[in-house]
Design a protein around this ligand. Structure first.
Ligand code: ASP
Length: 324
């Protein structure tokens, strides 16, 4: 079954061959993906268009993943694709094959899409240059995680009706987080104000150029924000000890009820997962469905990944892209 485009997307387009990050996208392209994803989010699973029928998607994850990999898999299947999960742990990559050789091998299998997660920034881009398939970034090192930022933006838009003009606090381990980077880029492109809150050891080295406000204390940074976005402590990327302990971190930077009370009364609480309860966020806040939209972020992840696959498959020429 093929669905027509809902009116909100007329005049927009998406002409990229790959989805490597938020950085290369224009606001109109982000709006286009969000509009399409909003439409997919309302469909029953069986009602989705078969935009990927006859296509093969390979999921190639060099780093562990639960939600992202299965979300890409479900999204591709809903659009009618065949999906193959390559198990890197048992593949020839572990036997010393270089990334270029892996790309050659994959090319020979003629996939239409390759979803890649890799521990190093730049690896996904390298594969996109070597492969004939559309490449989607499922997270590369500390660099970008574009579909997570799109899922977060869609979740925000569903609750607030807009992104423009909102104030968003991104809290915790910003330095090691590709989610923070992609979100920062997306939110600013779409007109939100961004605050970063964290200890100096977990903030990027130079944030002056990022156009953000920086706070080292939660009770200052959380005041009157519309969105509180918590992050996982990315201990696997930390060289040396940057925080004393999880308990100590929670004391200063964890989100509890008193701290949340400083934000706007209708502020949304977000976390990309996986969560460390009692380290970044108190359990009762994470589970409070009045403000926490953490589960919805996962649900919207499928819808935005469908939108990304479809956009790449159709590669509509930008017609009257908003100049921006
Ligand atoms: N799942 C997200 C990522 O892959 C966030 C995290 O791992 O903390 O970057």
């Amino acid at each position: 079954m093929t669905q027509s485009f809902p009116p909100a997307t007329i005049g927009y387009g998406f002409s990229h061959a790959h989805l490597l990050g938020i950085d290369p996208l224009k606001p109109g392209e982000i709006a286009y993906l969000l509009d399409r994803a909003a439409y997919f989010a309302e469909l029953e699973p069986g009602e989705a268009p078969d935009a990927l029928a006859g296509s093969t998607v390979i999921n190639l994850f060099f780093e562990n993943s639960t939600r992202t990999r299965s979300s890409f898999e479900i999204a591709a299947q809903r659009l009618g694709a065949d999906v193959v999960n390559m198990d890197v742990a048992t593949s020839s990559v572990k036997k010393g094959e270089t990334l270029i050789d892996t790309a050659d091998t994959l090319n020979a299998m003629r996939p239409d899409f390759l979803v890649v997660r890799h521990g190093q920034a730049g690896a996904v881009k390298l594969l996109s240059r070597k492969l004939d398939a559309h490449v989607l970034n499922g997270g590369d090192g500390k660099h970008e995680h574009p579909t997570q930022a799109l899922a977060d933006a869609l979740t925000i838009r569903r609750h607030k009706g807009k992104i423009d003009g909102l104030t968003v606090a991104i809290c915790g381990d910003i330095r090691h987080s590709r989610v923070a980077r992609s979100n920062l880029l997306l939110l600013q492109k779409m007109g939100a104000r961004v605050r970063l809150i964290g200890p100096p050891t977990l903030l990027p080295n130079s944030y002056e150029a990022l156009g953000v406000e920086v706070y080292h204390r939660m009770d200052e940074g959380l005041r009157d924000v519309d969105i509180v976005m918590m992050l996982r402590l990315q201990v696997e990327r930390m060289a040396g000890t940057l925080i004393p302990s999880g308990r100590e971190f929670f004391r200063f930077y964890g989100l509890d009820r008193d701290r949340l009370a400083l934000a706007k009364p209708d502020a949304l609480v977000m976390h990309p997962g996986p969560m460390n309860r009692g380290v970044e966020i108190a359990s009762d806040i994470a589970d409070d469905l009045d403000q926490s939209v953490i589960r919805e972020q996962v649900e919207m992840g499928v819808a935005v990944r469908m939108a990304c696959f479809e956009a790449l498959a159709t590669r509509r020429a930008p017609t009257t892209l908003r100049a921006a």
